[in-house]
Structure formats: C-alpha cells, structure tokens
Ligand binder design. Structure first.
Ligand SMILES: NC(=O)c1ccc[n+]([C@@H]2O[C@H](COP(=O)([O-])OP(=O)(O)OC[C@H]3O[C@@H](n4cnc5c(N)ncnc54)[C@H](O)[C@@H]3O)[C@@H](O)[C@H]2O)c1
Ligand SMILES: O=C(O)[C@H](O)COP(=O)(O)O
Length: 632
C-alpha cells in the first residue's frame, strides 16, 4: 500500500458492533430495578439515534445522555472488557491490516477515549491516534461530566479535528453516522464509506461515496489486500420457497448479501433473477433447469434445502463447476412419522369416518377397519426414509418387507424382496420412498397396481411423477385400494396462493396432503442449520463434504497459505499441467488434494502466500479448466 493512504475510522457501531456509551449506560441502568432500567435504556437509545440521524445536534444528544448516565471508573473498566469482545467481525479478521497501518489509522469519535483506547490498542492503534472525548470523574470515581472544551464534544467536531490533523495524501473516512460524512462534506476526505455492517442509516447511506457492509469491502474497493480475497457482502444469495428464517439469518451473519422470495419462481423469472447471484437456495418446487443454469452468470453453489435434488439439473451444474449441497437426513424422521400415522389412519378408515362426522353423520362400524399389528408393510426404496420407516413400523408390530434397486443392509427383522412383483403380491400396505430420478417417472402404474392384493393401503410420500395418478384413481375407485395417502403430485402449485388441482380430489378414503412430509418446524430448523453450514464451508474453505455432484474434499487449514481451487474437466494429464504452472513460478506447495468423479476433477492447492500474480492467470488458462478461485 502507498504511504499516502490515511484512514479515519469511527468507533461506535463501526470498529465495534455497538454504541459504547449506550452499552455502558445499559450496564449502569441494570443496577436499577427492572422496569426503571428498561425505561431509562429506551430513552437513552432514542437520544443516541436522534443524534446519529441528525434530528438533534450532536452536542444536545451527548449532553442529554450524560445526564442520564450513572457511572464510575469501575463501570468503565468492566465495559471496556466487554467491548473487547464486541469488535466488528471484519475488523477483527483484518487485524493484520490494522496493525501494519496503525500509524495511518485515526480513530475519530464522539465517544470516549476511556472506552476506546484499550479496545483499539489490541489492534496496534496507539492512543496518540485516537481523537475522542474524556470523562471527568468526581468524588468516589463517579463520572460527573466530560471535557467540554474538546471539539469532539461539539457539533462539527470531527471536521475540526480532521482539519487540525492536516493529513497528506488520500483520506478515507469509514463510519456509520452523519458526523462521519461531515468530514467529506467539508472537503477533507477523498472518499466517505458508509459502514453498514452493524447499523444502516438511510440519511447516511444516501450521501456515501460507497456503502461498505464490512472493512473487507473498503479494502477490496481500494485494491488493498485484506483478510479475504473477495468480500462476502459482494456475494449475492437468493433464497427461494420460504426457506426457514434461521438460514437467512445465518447467511446474513456470515456477511453475505441475502435476498429471499417466498415461493418458487417459474423458469423465465428465475432466468432473470439469477443474474448476479452466486448461491441459490431452493426446495422441491424450483426447477433449476439447464436453461436457468446457462443464464446464471455468477452461480458457484446451490443449496437444496430438502432431500430430493431431482428438480436440479445436476449434470448441467457439474459441467459449469457449480457445487450442489442438500440436507440428506434433516427431514427423514418427519416423513417417517407422517407415513406411519397415515398407515394407521387409513387402516382404520379414519379419514372418511371423520368427514362423515363433520357432515353430521355418526358412523360407528368395524367394517373395513384393521389393526396394523401383524400386517405386511412393503417398502419400495429402502434408503434413509425407507429404512427408518421399517424400524418404527416393526416397533409397532408390522411385518416389514422391502425392495430396492441397490444392495442394502436390512435393519431389524425386515425381509428383502428380490423383485418388486414379489413385494407387491404379499404386502397389505405399500409405501413408496424411492428418489425422484427421471427413470422413476411413472414407475408405478397400471401393472403394479393390478398386481397388488385386494384391500391394499397405498402411500406415496416420495415424488409425484413416480406414480401414474390415473391408474391410482382407477384402483381407488374400483375398491382394490382400501385407502391411499398422497403427499406429492405430478404438478404442484408454486405457492400457497396458487390453486391445487388433481384428479384425486374427492377420492374415497384418500388423504391428500400438500407435500408436507418434511414440513415440521424441527426438520426445517435442522435443514436451515445444515445447508448453510455446507455452503459457508464451501465458500470459506472450498470444502465439498456431502456435495451431491462434486468430488468430496476437506483439506486441513494451513496457516500462512493461500488456497487455490481449480475445477476442471476430468481429462488425462491435467494435474501435470497444473503442477507445471506451480513449478514454473517456483510456488511452494504446502498441501494439495485432488478428487475426481466421472466428469470433473476438483483440486485444492495450498501455497505459500508469496507468489507471482501470473500463477493465477496461467492456472485459469489451462485447457479444460471450468473455474478457478483463490482464497486468502
Ligand atoms: N414428501 C416429502 O416431503 C419428502 C420429504 C423428504 C424426501 N422426500 C422424497 O423421498 C425420497 C427418498 O428419500 P431418502 O432420504 O430415503 O432417499 P435415499 O436416496 O436415501 O433413498 C432412496 C432409495 O430408493 C432407491 N430406489 C430408487 N429408485 C428405485 C426404484 N425404482 N425401485 C426401488 N428402489 C429405488 C434407491 O436405491 C435408494 O435406496 C427423496 O428423494 C425425496 O424425493 C419427500
Ligand atoms: O425432498 C424433500 O426433502 C421433500 O420433498 C421436501 O421438500 P420441500 O422442502 O419442498 O417441502
């Protein structure tokens, strides 16, 4: 960095996450009784806000607040210790930048040096570079006021202090308040960065030269190497289909720019909205087609906030170097519980009995009603859901059989069937838990229903296109099927506002549910924790554990290294070409991991931080490279 870069940085809600005086006041008020404390805190905060958004003058705001404050030296010391833990994440991460340039960093604050100095000292910033107010202490070390002659206790104080500094070269101001902007307004700064990482004020962002949600963004904008290669605030995430709120919060906390949309989008809308998006989050309704993927200009990862990934064109993603993650186990239990409950309801004809009660008709009968104990349950697709259903059904006394395309470990006392036909011929209850791969379209139709026992109970909680619903209706109507539960449909509405249409509407003893197998709060919370963690690990470290379409890599963290992630078509000789580039530029390789699948290879190389910038260009230009990324 050239020597003439000077940084004027605000402290409250910029260097640290909170307003230090408010924070200290709350600690002081907490010594009062509860209702009084809440009241005082509220008034105190309101005055701070009025000052920050220039509704009242700064001088007025600080004088008013000091009148409220009942503090002493002990409180100041305790507050400082807590503030040290409240340094804004991107400042904490860029400690090296702060330490290396401490002589050119000036903390100019309307706050109090008593609270600021010990916090910023941990980042190498000397007290001589801090311009702020000071408390005046009275008897028993009580705060009785502030030094009123300090320009920072008055309006335009930051302007006066900056002028007096007579800085040479470029001056960059970073802050969240209008008083920070005033420095630029007075012609004393090259650029004003409105810092929005902790709080965003419209009046301030409206006048900013640049909005910076993090210090990374400032450094990136200035072309200065910081803690990250690319600021997360520039990484756009689009979350569709009402993904649980906690996923959005988790991703926002990580610094990403997150946009949400409550329903699924149709192809054309998605093609439009996916532009500029780096990560898309979706559930079962959004069709991520090849057309959409081709239109996506920045997409690097997809988060399926569900189990099934048949709605995503996985080969198209892989070809473009887009990693896809899902939540393979987070809603398994929810589906299983619903299926088991439905089996019992259907065997007892509860659904129709309840409907007739709702129409005022009492219908007490044992006709067509059975216990599930000792009945044969046939599970088609003995994966995570099928296997867990087998355990619970067996515990409830059922005799369980399964059929799967793959060899599976039979749990408990289940019996494997060699053919689907064998399973269909013996089962009293048939439950479908296959995945939604294209080959499974209408895998269940006329032939399969005709083979089943008379009086069978049938469930589909897998995917709608797996079952020919015309055939299903025929066998419900002709009485061969005693009862059915259908949770998934060949076409489903994109949102709760769209109408539901199906030929199954009105069928006898048929429970229709709106694809809610995985819709429990527990499952959605689990998914909202699991999928973001995978996406974050991919963005932060290049890790692909549990990816649906990428070779899985986890490379241990190596201090003092940069990670270079190279995604390429799986062709012979490419690793040699990559390593030739490293050799040519005399890169010191500290760690390397390559995994391939049938179509791509994924290589992470950790190299010494000192390397020639041409390495990056040469790696990008290797034939058959799909994408390339550097991580600091
Ligand atoms: N209704 C819901 O809300 C809901 C919730 C979660 C999952 N699902 C659906 O359930 C499916 C299964 O979930 P899972 O976690 O058990 O998946 P899984 O991948 O663990 O299991 C699927 C099993 O089906 C087998 N299979 C595939 N096609 C088959 C066929 N034609 N015949 C026999 N076996 C076949 C596979 O070999 C695999 O063992 C998901 O793919 C998803 O589509 C629905
Ligand atoms: O694949 C799944 O997990 C289920 O089909 C649930 O999908 P949903 O998240 O759209 O409810």
């Amino acid at each position: 960095m050239e020597t003439e870069h000077n940084f004027i940085i605000d402290f409250d809600s910029t260097f640290i996450k909170v307003e230090s005086l408010d924070y200290m006041a709350e600690k002081a008020f907490a010594r009062e009784d509860e209702s009084e404390a809440a009241h005082l805190s509220q008034q105190f905060r309101a005055i701070t806000d009025q000052g920050m958004s220039a509704e009242i003058t700064f001088e007025e705001s600080i004088n008013k607040r000091l009148n409220f404050l009942k503090g002493d030296r002990k409180l100041v010391a305790e507050t400082v210790e807590e503030l040290k833990g409240l340094v804004t994440e991107s400042f904490r991460a860029n400690r090296k930048f702060l330490e290396d340039h401490a002589d050119k960093i000036f903390i100019v604050s309307n706050g109090f040096i008593d609270l600021i100095a010990p916090v910023v000292a941990e980042y190498g910033i000397p007290e001589s570079n801090i311009y702020a107010n000071r408390f005046i202490y009275g008897p028993e070390d009580r705060i009785i006021g502030m030094n009123k002659e300090n320009p920072l206790s008055k309006n335009q104080g930051k302007v006066k202090v900056t002028k007096a500094l007579s800085l040479e070269g470029f001056v960059y101001v970073i802050g969240d308040g209008y008083t920070d902007y005033e420095i630029k307004e007075a012609g004393l700064a090259t650029k004003f960065y409105a810092f929005t990482g902790n709080v965003s004020r419209e009046k301030v962002t409206a006048v900013a030269d640049h909005i910076a949600p993090s210090l990374d963004e400032v450094l990136f904008d200035l072309g200065i190497e910081g803690a990250v290669s690319y600021p997360k605030s520039r990484i756009k995430i689009l979350l569709l289909e009402n993904v649980h709120k906690s996923a959005e919060e988790r991703l926002r906390d990580e610094g990403f720019d997150v946009e949400t949309y409550a329903a699924a989008m149709d192809e054309d809308m998605l093609i439009e909205r996916i532009k500029g998006v780096s990560i898309v989050g979706l559930r079962s309704k959004t069709q991520l087609t090849r057309r959409v993927i081709e239109a996506a200009d920045r997409l690097v990862a997809v988060g399926a906030f569900c189990i099934g990934t048949n709605q995503i064109d996985l080969p198209a993603c892989t070809e473009k170097g887009i990693a896809v993650f899902n939540a393979p186990y987070s809603n398994t239990r929810s589906v299983v519980e619903l299926a088991l409950g439905q089996i019992i309801m259907l065997m007892r004809n509860v659904f129709d009995a309840s409907m007739s009660m709702h129409s005022g008709k009492w219908s007490k009968t044992a006709e067509g009603c059975f216990e599930i104990r000792g009945k044969k349950l046939g599970i088609i697709g003995y994966g995570n859901i099928g296997a867990q259903l087998s355990i619970l059904a067996e515990a409830a006394g059922m005799d369980v059989y399964y059929y799967d395309l793959e060899e599976k470990l039979p749990l408990g006392n289940v019996t494997k069937c060699e053919t689907l036909e064998e399973l269909l011929r013996l089962s009293d209850v048939v439950s479908l838990h296959v995945d939604g791969r294209p080959d499974n379209k209408n895998v269940f139709g006329e032939k399969q229903f005709s083979i089943m026992k008379d009086g069978v109970v049938f469930l589909n909680l897998s995917r709608g296109h797996v079952v020919d619903v015309n055939a299903l209706k025929k066998y419900i109507d002709n009485g061969k099927i005693l009862g059915a539960a259908v949770d998934v449909f060949p076409t489903e509405p994109r949102s709760n506002k769209d109408p539901f249409e199906s030929i199954l509407i009105g069928c006898r003893n048929t429970i229709l549910t709106s694809h809610i197998g995985g819709s429990t709060l527990e499952a959605q919370q689990n998914i909202a924790a699991f999928v973001p963690s995978k996406l974050i690990n991919y963005i932060n470290a290049g890790e692909t554990l549990n990816s649906v379409n990428f070779p899985e890599i986890k490379l241990s963290k190596i201090d003092g290294a940069h990670r270079l992630m190279h995604i390429h078509r799986n062709v012979p000789g490419i690793l040699a070409n990559i390593n030739q580039v490293f050799a040519k530029h005399k890169c010191n390789i500290l760690g390397q991991s390559l995994k391939t699948n049938e179509s791509i290879g994924y290589l992470i190389t950790a190299i010494d931080k000192q390397y020639d910038a041409e390495v990056v260009e040469d790696l990008k230009n290797i034939p058959d490279t799909i994408s390339f990324r550097v991580l600091y």
